[in-house]
Design a binder for this molecule. Structure first.
Ligand code: UD1
Ligand code: MG
Length: 455
């Protein structure tokens, strides 16, 4: 099959007004990735060589978004919404280049299973001209019904055009279709308008192919993989299904999730075996976690790399560019951004480390802040191997703390500190014996005098 060439045509010209959004429907994300990009990934996983995206509403916004998740895809504008066959024909120039397999998918069906597409392609390779993916939804209302005769698919009838008898059929059209490239244009050009909605229906090619004596086949996929999104409630439903699938996959590949239903993954989260994730953890895009790490409860992590045996949280925030090397620790109420925390270094309590390097085995005391921003530009803080930063220190960047440097608690460090030096950046303490009692007596008699005067 791999030698067969394949074009995927993804229809995404839907209006999507039920999302009540300024953004085109298919750009609404699932697991941090636009839903149409999930469809693109499925197409690629099924061995698609080229992609044609048919867009309409919000064409400019769509083109920009497509650049990010499918830079090689061609976009075609369907200017009038005249039906699914008309939409596929918007990509005529791509189809006409000649492919063995043409896959048609909908941009609003993000949980589509690549395996179902591979099965379709297998049927084309076996000589079928048209392959339709069927499914059995709990409630078939609104879906096209697959009309079979003697075990062969003879037509797809939309709900509005169905007889009462046909409406009882529970085997429905999931929407995805595969067409042999050599027949595709001839079949599509034969589609006319003969339905209640007055549209050019892609589904009509089933009857057209049958009439020409071509082989038409139905396969079956899960309900999930055909779920179409029309509003934000369905979006959340699809998100839930996606997350459930991903959590299970993570657990089966060796990650412990103590309360899986409270952990949220992104489309690209990578997580190694023997890593333990405690409840209520959020992974934004771009997270890579190696083996044996511990992610404690309520941590929010995005764009971060976490090496093996690191310890993160509880309540840690790792932002883009956080790079934790082996056995590094980032503890409670700490934020790390664009910074490397080298092997075995500890950033344990209430600290902000941004635009910095923390050398191996360095210890960052509670409440330490890298002052990396002056309101206009960002500056770098370099903390050497084995340095000790006393609690509640401010490191005003750009600044370097040398290897083994020692910073006294409560310091404001504005000048670089050489290797093994001790730096104080605070006023010296003064202690006056007996002065505390004296002060207390003075304040007490003043308050008593004031009370007496008021009587
Ligand atoms: C379609 C199928 C139906 C199937 C159902 C599954 C047809 C005629 N019907 O019905 O058999 O059970 O999907 O969800 O194919 N689109 C365009 N341009 C158009 C029309 C549609 O790009 O002119 C796109 C839409 O954005 C959408 C997809 O095609 O992504 C399907 O269109 P939609 O109107 O939702 O079709 P359904 O009535 O759901
Ligand atoms: Mg639909």
């Amino acid at each position: 099959m791999s030698q067969r060439t394949c074009l995927s045509v993804i229809l995404a010209a839907g209006e999507g007004t039920r999302m009540k959004s300024a953004m085109p429907k298919v750009l609404h994300p699932i697991a941090g990735l636009p839903m149409v990009a999930h469809v693109v990934k499925a197409a690629e996983a099924a061995g698609s060589n080229d992609l044609a995206l048919v867009i309409g509403h919000g064409a400019e916004q769509m083109r920009k978004a497509v650049q990010k998740f499918a830079p090689k895809a061609e976009t075609f504008v369907q200017d009038k919404r005249l039906g699914t066959a008309h939409a596929v024909l918007a990509a005529r120039d791509a189809i006409a280049r000649g492919y063995d397999d043409i896959l048609v998918m909908f941009g609003d069906t993000p949980l589509i299973d690549p395996e179902a597409l591979r099965v379709e392609r297998g049927k084309l390779a076996g000589g079928a001209a048209v392959v339709v993916i069927g499914f059995r939804p709990p409630n078939p209302a609104g879906y096209g019904r697959l009309i079979e005769k003697d075990g062969r698919l003879v037509a797809i009838r939309e709900e509005k055009d169905c007889s009462e008898e046909e409406k009882k059929i529970t085997f429905c059209n999931a929407g995805m279709m595969a067409v042999a490239g050599k027949h595709a244009l001839a079949l599509l050009d034969n589609v006319g308008i003969n339905n209640a909605k007055g549209e050019f229906y892609l589904t009509d090619i089933v009857e057209i192919a049958g009439a020409q004596g071509l082989d038409v086949v139905a396969t079956e996929a899960s309900f999930e993989s055909a779920l179409g999104i029309n509003n934000r409630a369905e979006l959340a439903e699809a998100e839930g299904m996606w997350q459930a699938r991903r959590r299970r996959e993570a657990m089966l590949s060796g990650t412990t999730l103590i309360a899986p239903e409270t952990v949220y993954f992104s489309y690209d989260t990578e997580i190694g075996a023997d890593t333990v994730v405690e409840p209520n953890v959020w992974f934004g895009p771009g997270v890579k976690i190696a083996k044996g790490a511990k992610i404690h409860a309520f941590s929010h992590i995005e764009g971060a790399t976490i090496a093996s045996n690191c310890d993160v949280g509880p309540f840690a925030r790792l932002r883009p560019g956080a790079d934790l090397r082996q056995k590094a620790k980032v503890g409670n109420f700490c934020e790390v951004k664009q910074a490397t925390i080298e092997e075995g270094a500890k950033v344990n309590h209430l600290t902000y480390i941004g635009d910095a390097r923390v050398g191996a085995a360095a210890n960052i005391g509670a409440g330490t802040i890298t002052c990396n921003y002056d309101g206009y530009s960002k500056f770098f803080t370099d903390i050497g191997e084995g340095a000790f930063i006393g609690s509640n220190s401010s490191l005003v960047a750009p600044v370097t703390i040398g290897k083994g440097g020692y910073i006294a608690s409560g310091s404001v460090i504005t000048e670089s500190v050489p290797d093994d030096a001790l730096a104080f950046g605070r006023a010296r303490q003064k202690t006056l014996p007996g002065k505390g009692r004296e002060l207390r007596e003075r304040f007490a008699s003043a308050a008593a005098a004031k009370k007496k005067a008021a009587e």
